[in-house]
Design a protein around this ligand. Sequence first.
Ligand code: ADP
Ligand code: ASP
Ligand code: MG
Length: 407
Amino acid sequence: MKILVQKYGGTSLASPQRIQAVAKRVVDAFSKERMPMVVVVSAMGDTTDDLIQLSSQISSTPNLREYDALIATGEMVSAALLSMAIHALGVSAVSLTGTQAGIKTENIHSKAKIVHIDISRLRKELDQGNVVVVTGFQGFNDVQDVVTIGRGGSDTSAVALAAALGAPVCEIYTDVEGIYTTDPRLVKDASKLRDITYDEMLELAALGAKVLHPRSVECAKENGIIIHVRSSFSPNEGTFVKETSTMEAKRPITGATLSEEEAIVSISQIPDTPGVASIIFSHLAQILVNVDMIVQSASENGTTTISFTIHQDELPHAEAGIREVAGLLNAGEVRIDRDVAKVSIVGVGMISKPGIAAKMFDIFASHGVNIKVISTSEIKISCAISRRDGRKILQDIHAQFGLDNLQ
Ligand code: ADP
Ligand code: ASP
Ligand code: MG
């Protein structure tokens, strides 16, 4: 079955007027394409932030089942309103929650993965000629409780639905015209990309470019779905995320990111014996802490220091676990540096071009900025630096690598 899957983000649905504008877009596409249509929605504007703030006024460590039950309501409101607005334009529509849409997740509250989608109800509604509006960001677990899938997760809901329904493309409508070489709100000369590979987009998303949820890119890659990121506010074509890119040869690197709320955790005086890294990181994985850059110092007097970066959002639930594992290993002090930003560059072109790392480090040196931690993969280089230097370094990297106004 040919099918159109679209997703609209929070800014695009921030007011009743914007919801009506989205409804108009949906109805236009439905009439023009003459295909069954599924529309995935985020919560209106800052609703999810407001709900999280509300829960923090009740408890700093809320019960996660109830936390999910609360924050999933944002999408329920926008789905019902959008469905009403589509009806008002004379097209039949039905809103479904993640549970009604058959989106089964893991049993982990607040950051579950989608494990399966039972599309029978969706198919029934589509066969009856309804536009189906589905709440993003949520599904249900083994005991039928509502579970959310991580901040920004509506993108993943949309791509997973596209995969389950056999749609070749998933359109993600947002508040910028596509994917840029860096966040266009931080660098005004950022260039819009015509296309980008899954692997590059995965790195950019994981490193902090919040335009796409990382798992949405993973899911698109696994299922060969093209993601078209475009603006809700203009008719222009946006950026295509796909297997290969036509612009690769032209650009030295594809993009740069800045993540301003990082922390470096250092555990000192760890006995330098086989298996300690495994104990530390297995423990962190068990308590669902996402670790990024990792460095281990040279051994001194039979002990070593292991440092790693985590996002500051993770600290509240990670800190006790980190201290516990340090105690378990008879290690010394645990230090947490919160004055950390992470600047990264990404590009498949890096594999064949020597000198990219040297050029990046030169930029830090020319600003007199100290690098706290470095990590690399074949297609990315990340450096942790002091937070106050993040924006100027990002802007200079963007200019020096020729990403401004790239054609
Ligand atoms: P939505 O609510 O539509 O999901 P998000 O706020 O999650 O929107 O994502 C869109 C935002 O992502 C943009 O407003 C932009 O500031 C930010 N962003 C960060 N990096 C990039 C990038 N490389 N290209 C485009 N947007 C980016
Ligand atoms: N509303 C959720 C959030 O703000 C999900 C999303 O927008 O994708 O994180
Ligand atoms: Mg988003």
